[in-house]
Design a protein around this ligand. Structure first.
Ligand SMILES: Cc1cc2nc3c(=O)[nH]c(=O)nc-3n(C[C@H](O)[C@H](O)[C@H](O)COP(=O)(O)OP(=O)(O)OC[C@H]3O[C@@H](n4cnc5c(N)ncnc54)[C@H](O)[C@@H]3O)c2cc1C
Length: 718
């Protein structure tokens, strides 16, 4: 840092320090000592100040202007009060002019001081990290600054100093600041003119003053709306908005998200068109939740029959053909399909179109038969497809994914499942139970890595007991064909390892379906998933997205939850919009035993720096679980330290997906473990596990000092 920079910094610090140390207010007396820039001080000096303004308005205005510039330039607290005083002393017009120029000049001086003293140092030190920020400021800096000025979320002095460290041009900073602060200045100065008229306490309730304060309260809201309007106009610039729309909303994709989105629109009497290029119902019905759960059910039955001795049966033979099992899976899908059919949705008021859709402009969608439809808003619910990693040789084999798995004609004798997330784990266990030799390959250190380590370890233990080869820390680097078999080459800590199998199921993640949809041409941001804000709006404000197509939970109920938000915001967002909130969203992995989860676990609480206590209840002790020969698993609850407030729960066990609902209700309705303990649970049910977990918490928090007294009390009473 050069000498001149150090000198300026010292001068600025010195002036601020002098203000606080010398306390100029004390010389005025009254209420000004220690709080020069306060309404109390102003009120105590009001008549003298009014006399000064009356005697020599020009000098008074110049003095006010000078002090205002100094206060803002040095970032001394008091600008807001001075704005009110400006209104009280000089009236609306003159006060606004004085404050508007003084605040803009003062802010620009603060900006320049910050830039001169620290700008170069910061850019030199953090230059690489600031590249994106600098680029953003160069492109849209004026707009960001305008937004910050209009909606006073951050204190203005912070904005002045921070902007000084960016490459924003000084002139731009000056005029945008002056313009952006003007509405707020007007509202504050106006409130100040009313303050000036208060002579007594009863004067506080004048309609003018009340009006000014209402304006003050409403200002950020109006400013935010105005800004959103500006941003929308900016994003939509260059497109011809149709004069009229054919419908209110177009939904693309009839999976879990699109079905709910269109249903909500139809329910609130909006004209809605739902476009689907494949089967209605999307992944959940056709290739996801429904077929997988149907397969898991049969696999469980096979497993139970094979282990019938646990239930006291000597002989029970299982004889089945894989083709029949898959036929049952298909028939389950077919039985549910009418729930999601075109006929049903048309009867509910949704206009259904079978076609591939492409977005032409922010209001127009084109179907593959060349028809163009317009709507005020578009909801993208196009889901996600299995991600196939670029592993050498993988493309040369007929690998399986959750898309084509359901057409499998024969049970693979040896199956490798790549990826130990929920889909990989569910399918690995189902195929193992049906008779495949399954190897579950995971490059990370554990299965179900979103769960806590102890939960992952339990699941791994169950898998190993059932004969699944669990290979964690195995990164698939190559796949080779060997006669009729496939050799998977993995990189591991112990060097390369090979696994020979007949088929490979790839379950390593999913990618949003955005191809050939025209989104890139429109500049809709897609970064693996379609990028949205918390209102589920893309960077083009008429286009919303929900479900697997956006980042977040890849679950059917999450897709429905998002679809509600996307549709309501698309239809009514100009009046009121809703931010999507995932705080109490449960999920369940349908392995056996199931793993269900809501809220925080230790892993997520740790990452979010949230303090917690853990309570565990072991299902081995639960009567009903023992009767079911399913006495394994745990209820694990996280609570606020010293309180019974539930932060989250994980359940491993029979019907865990059903049991978790009690914790979802508890968290949503603010029911603590004490109340849960007080609720009567039917005996013998699995749900008692939740109550017993609450009991474990209670035991750990019982006031120990009471017991010796109780012992004495009862001894006396004998
Ligand atoms: C094997 C498996 C098991 C699962 N199990 C569960 C579970 O137990 N519980 C759970 O909650 N979730 C589960 N899921 C996840 C669940 O299936 C998804 O979260 C859910 O289907 C997402 O719904 P969506 O509407 O976002 O997308 P999708 O269901 O994928 O629907 C998107 C639809 O958009 C259509 N489409 C795409 N592009 C266009 C276009 N340009 N024009 C017209 N139409 C288009 C597609 O054809 C598709 O039908 C599972 C997923 C899989 C793969």
């Amino acid at each position: 840092m050069t000498v001149s920079r150090i000198a300026l910094a010292l001068l600025a610090i010195g002036l601020v320090a002098a203000y606080f140390l010398l306390d100029p207010g004390q010389y005025l007396g009254g209420a000004c000592g220690g709080q020069l820039f306060s309404l109390d001080c102003f009120n105590s000096q009001r008549s003298a100040l009014h006399d000064m303004v009356a005697a020599n308005g020009l000098i008074a205005a110049a003095a006010f202007f000078g002090v205002y510039v100094l206060v803002t330039a040095l970032s001394v607290p008091g600008a807001a009060v001075m704005t009110l005083i400006g209104g009280a002393l000089f009236g609306l017009i003159e006060g606004t002019l004085l404050v508007s120029f003084a605040s803009a000049i003062g802010a620009t001086l603060a900006f320049l001081i910050s830039r001169f003293v620290l700008g170069e140092v910061v850019q030199n030190r953090f230059g690489k990290k600031l590249v994106a920020l600098n680029r953003g400021v160069e492109k849209d800096g004026a707009f960001y600054l305008f937004a910050l000025r209009l909606v006073p979320v951050f204190p203005f002095f912070v904005i002045n100093l921070a902007m000084g460290l960016t490459p924003l041009r000084t002139l731009t900073f000056y005029w945008v600041s002056q313009l952006g602060m003007l509405p707020g200045t007007l509202v504050y100065v106006n409130a100040g003119t009313q303050l000036g008229q208060i002579q007594s306490l009863s004067g506080i309730l004048t309609p003018g003053l009340i009006g000014s304060f209402i304006l003050l309260g409403l200002f950020p809201l109006i400013a935010r709306k105005t800004l959103a309007g500006f941003a929308a106009r900016k994003a939509l610039r260059g497109y011809d908005k149709p004069d009229h729309f054919d419908r209110n909303v177009i939904v693309i994709g009839a999976g879990s998200a699109g079905l709910v989105a269109s249903l909500i629109a139809a329910t609130v009497k909006a004209k809605v068109t739902l476009i689907e290029k494949n089967a209605m119902g999307g992944d959940c019905l056709n290739t996801g939740c429904v077929p997988s759960k149907a397969l898991i059910r049969t696999a469980r039955l096979v497993h139970e029959i094979r282990h019938s001795e646990r239930f006291g049966l000597h002989t029970a033979n299982v004889d089945f053909s894989f083709a029949d099992v898959m036929a049952r899976v298909k028939s389950v899908v077919a039985t549910i399909a009418p729930h999601d059919s075109i006929e049903r949705y048309e009867s509910l008021g949704v206009d259904c179109v079978s076609a591939a859709a492409r977005v032409i402009d922010p209001w127009t969608v084109e179907t593959d038969d060349g028809k163009r439809l317009t709507a005020r808003a578009i909801v993208l619910a196009t889901g996600a497809a299995p991600f196939v990693p670029p592993v050498d040789g993988l493309a040369e084999i007929e690998y399986l994914t959750s898309d084509n798995l359901w057409d499998l004609a024969e049970l693979p004798p040896r199956l490798a499942v790549m990826g130990a997330g929920p889909i990989g784990c569910e399918m690995a266990q189902a195929f193992a139970r049906l008779g495949s030799d399954v190897t579950l390959i995971e490059q990370g250190e554990r299965v179900l890595s979103v769960e806590d380590e102890d939960i992952s370890a339990q699941v791994r233990g169950f898998f190993v007991d059932e004969g699944i080869y669990v290979r964690t820390g195995h990164k698939v680097v190559r796949v080779e064909k060997a006669d009729d078999a496939t050799v998977i080459v993995c990189d591991t800590e112990d060097g390369e390892q090979t696994i020979t199998v007949d088929r490979v199921l790839v379950a390593v993640g999913r990618r949003a379906r955005t191809k050939d949809m025209g989104l890139e041409d429109l500049g809709v941001v897609v970064d693996g998933r379609i990028a949205v804000n918390d209102r589920l709006q893309t960077n083009l404000p008429t286009i919303y997205a929900c479900g697997d197509a956006i980042d977040g939970y890849q679950l059917t109920h999450a897709a429905s939850h998002e679809a509600w938000h996307a549709t309501v915001n698309a239809l009514f967002g100009s009046f009121k919009s809703f931010a999507v909130d995932y705080a109490k969203l449960p999920w369940c992995t349908f392995t056996d035993p199931q793993v269900a989860h809501v809220g925080h676990n230790e892993q997520s609480a740790g990452a979010a720096d949230i303090d917690y206590e853990v309570t565990r209840y072991d299902l081995a002790e639960l009567d009903r679980a023992i009767a079911e020969s399913a006495a394994h698993g745990v209820v694990k609850v996280l609570t606020v330290p010293g309180k019974d407030t539930v932060l989250g729960a994980t359940i491993v066990g029979e019907a865990a997906g059903e049991l978790i609902t009690e914790f979802v209700t508890a968290m949503k309705q603010g029911i603590g473990l004490n109340k849960m303990l007080g609720m009567i649970h039917a005996y013998p049910t699995l749900s008692e596990a939740n109550k017993f977990a609450a009991g474990e918490w209670k035991k750990a928090h019982a006031p120990a000092w009471v017991f010796p007294w109780l012992t004495r009390f009862h001894a006396l009473r004998r």
